[in-house]
Design a binder for this molecule. Structure first.
Ligand SMILES: N[C@@H](CCC(=O)N[C@@H](CS)C(=O)NCC(=O)O)C(=O)O
Length: 212
């Protein structure tokens, strides 16, 4: 089977999630590093891959895809290896519900409103602590909602085996827990904290750690 290509920067959470999906399925692939900080995703060549100028993008056998959840499902369907789509309808539905919670509310509240404010703080003034403090309850609210959707005392978000939502959330929590707002939130959420311990053991997680 021919190798797919993933386009994105390795520090980017969505790109890392797709790398984790590929690792969980043991798919060999080419990675084309896109210089997001240099604005390469706004250049005409990349815009042909993603009209909304976001990362990542993906191609396999001439079939080009953008939007991470679509890419992840394609990889799950196109390649052999353990299924990421849960066989049980309720769990599969919860998985996609959590994916939507992350995409619609979680990424902005955790990454854009908190993590990015730390990483890209004004060098002279430091991070905008007032804005971060204001965003923290909103981020906690998202994580509490995700914990509420977990069905039982399973190690992963929707069961005993890893699914799409686990792989989307893990890189976000990896950044969030570098800051006190993240560790405080996780300390209040024991089921999610248990999940976080489990997912950090996965080879797909350790092998995709961004080089900062
Ligand atoms: N809905 C997209 C979201 C991807 C996304 O927001 N990526 C962010 C980085 S993690 C991005 O491309 N940011 C670049 C920008 O906003 O200029 C997906 O699921 O792939």
């Amino acid at each position: 089977m021919s190798k797919p290509t993933l386009y994105g920067p390795t520090f980017n959470t969505y790109t890392r999630s797709m790398r984790m999906v590929l690792a969980e399925k043991a798919v060999d692939y080419d990675l084309v590093e896109i210089d997001m900080l240099g604005g390469a995703h706004h250049q005409p060549e990349y815009k042909k891959r993603h009209p909304f100028e976001r990362l990542p993008a993906f191609e396999h056998n001439g079939f080009a895809i953008y939007e991470s959840n679509a890419i992840a499902h394609y990889i799950d369907d196109a390649f052999p290896g353990p299924r990421l789509a849960h066989p049980h309808i309720h769990r599969r539905t919860r998985d996609q519900q959590i994916v939507e919670v992350i995409n619609s509310y979680g990424y902005k509240r955790i990454v854009t409103d908190i993590v990015v404010r730390y990483f890209f703080a004004d060098k002279a003034k430091g991070p905008d602590t007032a804005a971060i403090a204001a965003a923290a309850p909103e981020a906690e609210h998202v994580l509490a909602a995700i914990q509420d959707l977990m069905l039982a005392s399973d190690p992963y978000l929707v069961g005993r085996v890893i699914s799409f939502s686990d792989l989307l959330l893990a890189p976000i929590i990896a950044y969030f827990t570098q800051f006190q707002e993240g560790t405080r939130a996780m300390a209040k959420l024991p089921k999610l904290a248990h999940w976080w311990l489990a997912i950090q053991q996965r080879p797909s997680f350790t092998a995709t750690a961004p080089k900062m």
